[in-house]
Design a protein around this ligand. Structure first.
Ligand SMILES: Nc1ncnc2c1ncn2[C@@H]1O[C@H](COP(=O)(O)OP(=O)(O)OP(=O)(O)O)[C@@H](O)[C@H]1O
Ligand SMILES: [Mg+2]
Length: 274
């Protein structure tokens, strides 16, 4: 087992003890009871503003369903199933995707996890760009948007102006095109909390995935963590320093860590990688 895997396992163990939830990637949590399957009537689904995503941009940026690498596809399916099971077992609906540092694949993981979850015909998803200083989701999809989350947070747009259907079935996206300084202040603002409440109250219920900045570089994740059900941590093999993981451990102990993604792994078996 590599140093990084050992460190991840330690973090998972301490977070599990803290939150009293099973989180280790290779130990499935016990289900409280089998949830009754209730198919969703598609006519009850709210329609949002339509903005076409650019398939070429999606392909260039390795976004599902434009990914053809079979190993990557398999990795995302496993990730979707494990996260989906954990959400169902805990009765949870919202996730913040973060990492220890920049450039580890948080945004790509958040987007592909959202799309992979929405591939299930009974699962509806909101994907929110909550990296307020370095928004990327619109660019990854190749979407041209008029208004985004930043405009809403400064009071220049309403909620219905910033939720988009991109053409990916069952997925609605809240992108951003306006960088905001003092991002953690916006994350705890009444407008942000109102948006979070509205997304959580959506009927039929949607899984909400927030793409967030790194846990170590700002207090954004700490500020917003109380408003999500769980945290998914993305780390990169060969890039994430053990010391970063150790420093993250203390912060994560206060949060509900529901999964760790080992991204860009050189092991081509069952983890999400290319
Ligand atoms: N598994 C992967 N295989 C190959 N390239 C990847 C993988 N994951 C991410 N990348 C690439 O790495 C770069 C950074 O990815 P991404 O934007 O998702 O990282 P991030 O953690 O969100 O970065 P930031 O902290 O800047 O927001 C992108 O060019 C992305 O396409
Ligand atoms: Mg990012």
């Amino acid at each position: 087992m590599s140093l990084i895997e050992t460190a991840i396992k330690k973090i998972q163990a301490s977070a599990a003890a803290q939150a009293q939830t099973a989180v280790a990637t290779d130990t499935a949590p016990k289900r409280k009871s089998a949830a009754k399957f209730e198919p969703i009537d598609p006519t009850t689904i709210r329609q949002f503003k339509r903005v076409a995503a650019d398939p070429e941009a999606m392909e260039r940026n390795c976004i599902l369903p434009q990914v053809t690498d079979q190993a990557a596809l398999r990795g995302y399916k496993i990730l979707r199933t494990r996260i989906g099971q954990r959400l169902a077992a805990g009765g949870w609906h919202s996730i913040a995707v973060t990492g220890t540092e920049s450039g580890q694949g948080k945004t790509l993981t958040a987007i592909n996890l959202a799309i992979a979850l929405a591939q299930d015909p009974n699962t509806y998803v909101f994907l929110v760009d909550l990296d307020l200083q370095r928004a990327q989701i619109a660019a990854y999809f190749g979407m041209q948007i008029e208004k985004g989350l930043g405009d809403y947070l400064v009071g220049e747009a309403g909620i219905s102006d910033i939720i988009y259907n991109t053409g990916v079935e069952r997925l609605a996206v809240i992108p951003n095109s306006r960088a905001l300084e003092h991002s953690s202040d916006f994350l705890s603002s009444p407008r942000m909390l109102e948006l979070e409440e509205k997304l959580s109250a959506e009927k039929p219920r949607r899984i909400v995935i927030y793409d967030m900045p790194p846990i170590l570089l700002s207090d954004d994740v700490l500020t917003f963590a109380p408003h999500v059900d769980g945290i998914v941590l993305v780390v990169t093999e060969g890039f994430t320093a053990r010391s970063s993981l150790e420093r993250s451990k203390e912060l994560l102990a206060e949060m509900n860590l529901i999964g760790v993604v080992l991204n860009k792994s050189s092991e081509r078996n069952d983890s999400p990688y290319y």
